[in-house]
Design a protein around this ligand. Structure first.
Ligand SMILES: O=C(O)c1cc(=O)[nH]c(=O)n1[C@@H]1O[C@H](COP(=O)(O)O)[C@@H](O)[C@H]1O
Length: 276
């Protein structure tokens, strides 16, 4: 199965467009786990087990592991997910982007070392920095397009006077990604839930691409407006929330609380589909 087939399958199977972001911060762990970086795997595995039937995908953010020298725990977590919930695809959030020879190493890291189904990438260095990821049969890559942070405007909303039609930079990224760059048909775009009007614009430019949409929950993005702008029956949207789910409770009931928050968020997203 390709990455996009896997996404569509998980969307159907779990009735969900909710992606559970795995951004483990030991300082925020509950009870006995608090402050203990050696328990990152335990924390994430508990969250994943509690939400696996509610999610279209999981998205571990690599910095939260690397900062604590916990890459071995990320490897264990990826193995755990593959073994126990192989039907839920895993997007490794690494936001890589480098010259081709270095990108080859990053692609090996994401797909061979960690066994991810997809990765997040910066398109800033151009097509040859993206190409090495496209050689991995069936694997996905989400290119940053219109990110959820306010500073995204600094570059992404600049008008490109030298490009026909004078698009904004993020519109140009969307156009390249859905057209000439999409050699394996497995590219997607990252658009923040904090900017629903831009999600709508990206959907016009790239109607068939999967969209990874972080920013609901802790960043205050509008979940309903996001779905109304991005939802398509045949092109999945992957609406990601990390902190609001992971830290729904600071107590020993954290996994149950995470599940309750995932159930609630999934329902808000599903109910916002235009067909409802
Ligand atoms: O690529 C991403 O996942 C991403 C893109 C973006 O535009 N904004 C954004 O917040 N993210 C990531 O999505 C997650 C958001 O976390 P929460 O704000 O806690 O839900 C973090 O891991 C971010 O690194």
């Amino acid at each position: 199965m390709t990455f996009i087939e896997k996404l569509l399958d998980a969307q159907r199977r779990n009735g969900s467009m909710l992606c559970v972001g795995l951004d483990p911060e030991p300082a925020r762990f509950p009870g006995a786990l608090q402050g203990d970086a050696s328990r990152i795997y335990d924390f994430c595995a508990r969250i994943a087990d509690a939400t696996a039937d509610l999610a279209i995908a999981f998205k571990p953010q690599i910095a939260y592991f690397a900062a604590h020298r916990a890459e071995d725990q990320l490897e264990r977590l990826m193995e755990h997910l593959r073994r126990n919930v192989p039907q839920v695809p895993v997007i490794l959030d690494a936001k890589r982007g480098d010259i081709g020879s270095t990108a080859e190493q990053y692609a090996r890291e994401a797909f061979d070392r960690y066994g991810a189904d997809a990765v997040t990438l910066s398109p800033f260095m151009g097509f040859d920095s993206v190409q090495p990821y496209l050689r991995y049969e069936g694997k996905g890559a989400f290119l940053l397009c219109r990110t959820s942070n306010p500073g995204g405007d600094d570059l992404q909303s600049q008008r490109l006077a030298s490009v026909p039609g004078e698009p904004l930079l993020y519109e140009h990224v969307a156009r390249l990604a859905q057209g000439p760059w999409n050699l394996n048909g497995q590219l997607g775009l990252v658009v923040g839930a904090t900017y629903p009007a831009e999600i709508e614009r990206v959907r016009q430019v790239a109607p068939r691409m999967p969209l990874l949409i972080p920013g609901v929950g802790a960043q205050g993005g509008d979940a309903v407006a996001t779905v109304k702008a991005g939802w398509r029956e045949d092109a999945p949207i992957v609406v990601s929330s990390s902190r609001a789910i992971l830290y729904a409770s600071g107590g020993e009931d954290f996994a149950e609380a995470a599940r309750r928050e995932a159930v609630r968020t999934r329902a808000v997203l599903q109910d916002a589909r235009p067909s409802n």
